[in-house]
Ligand binder design. Structure first.
Ligand SMILES: [Zn+2]
Length: 129
């Protein structure tokens, strides 16, 4: 399940890519999902939540992960400015990783609501538009 999730595959059949554009560009269509899966017919677009909350959580996790490598390499102390350098470095890393995090948070959301082989059932509430 995890490899399929990280490569942005359909949560139900794990065969197709869920995003319209395989690459990160164009940026404004970064998180555009396909209407549904071509293979199993699983709907992707009916999700209500855009994964914003998960994205926030991932950002926090990334900040923590940055701490894990930054601390042993550069050292971290409240006596000097190293905390600020750490925050700056983390922010840059998070910004660079943001396009991927935005997609990944959507994927996590889809995987939470669509189980493997659940394509025939409607598992996500349809958005009434
Ligand atoms: Zn599918």
């Amino acid at each position: 399940m995890l490899p399929a999730m990280f490569t942005m595959k359909c949560p139900s059949c794990r065969k197709t890519h869920v995003f319209i554009h395989r690459s990160m560009f164009p940026m404004n269509q970064l998180v555009e999902l396909k209407e549904e899966c071509e293979v199993c017919g699983q709907k992707f677009k009916s999700e209500r939540n855009n994964g914003g909350g998960i994205n926030y959580a991932l950002t926090m996790i990334l900040f923590f992960l940055n701490l894990c490598w930054y601390w042993p390499i550069f050292g971290l102390s409240y006596k000097d400015k190293s905390v600020w350098y750490y925050l700056l470095t983390s922010t840059v890393v998070v910004l660079i990783a943001q396009p991927y995090l935005m997609r990944l948070s959507r994927m996590i959301y889809l995987y939470l609501y669509v189980g493997f082989g659940n394509s025939r059932r409607v598992t996500i509430d349809e958005k009434k538009s």
